[in-house]
Write a protein that binds this ligand. Structure first.
Ligand SMILES: [Zn+2]
Length: 112
């Protein structure tokens, strides 16, 4: 991956840690199950961010695709937004590039 997501993820991870600590201080009587749910919830947001960033990195850096019909080089034509819901009901928005063959008009999305 060329994009440096590590700094972003580090900030979000720190927010998770701070959030869990603050919640724990505010809920000294919390049960193990409640603590577990809170940590899962906080981590789910971080997880969704990492998933979206990592998925987009591979889509952006995919090599220029070759037309499956004529074998010619395809051109990128804008993006297509895809919204997925992952574990713990976290929304993940993926922006995917759409490739079109200038010769025969075949279009395709990169895999993933
Ligand atoms: Zn073609």
């Amino acid at each position: 991956m060329k994009q440096d997501f590590a700094a972003n993820w580090q900030v979000q991870a720190d927010e998770v840690i701070t959030g869990v600590q603050a919640w724990r201080l505010a809920h000294p009587q919390a049960t193990l199950k409640e603590i577990e749910q809170t940590i899962d919830q906080q981590l789910a947001a971080l997880r969704a961010h990492m998933l979206a960033d990592a998925a987009m990195a591979s889509a952006v850096e995919a090599a220029q695709p070759v037309c499956p019909a004529c074998g010619g080089a395809m051109e990128w034509r804008g993006t297509h937004r895809r919204c997925l819901v992952t574990q713990h009901d976290q929304a993940v928005v993926l922006e995917r590039h759409y490739a079109v063959c200038p010769t025969c008009g075949v279009g395709l999305f990169p895999p993933g």
